[in-house]
Design a protein around this ligand. Sequence first.
Ligand SMILES: [Mg+2]
Length: 133
Amino acid sequence: MELDYQEHLSPMLKGDIKNYLIDIDGTITDDVPNEEPERMATCEPYPDALKTLNKWYDEGHIICFFTSRTEDLKQITIDWLDKHGFKYHSVLCGKPRGGNYHWIDNHLVKATRYKGKFTELVEKKVTIEVFED
Ligand SMILES: [Mg+2]
């Protein structure tokens, strides 16, 4: 991973490389709740998600699966990702459940809601909430 280091500051990714944080349930496969872990081994990946994510990985972007699955479900998740051929760098469990996410950070954050088609990203003008200047 190519990082730019400046003294006393957190490193930044170089160039146009993106840190993709990708949800799992309902985004790259069926929405499987933690209460039904047996389904996590048998659910099928969404083919367009697999193709697009592996392309982004091959282009040099960072792929991190960020999921509300709990730590005890991490290995079954990794086994499933590997079985289906997902290329990725990391899996983070323990994302808060319930949706309605609003991320505040000193780094640039963009968010894209998955609504049934996992394609290349396109630019659109939208309204967002920001802090006052
Ligand atoms: Mg989800």
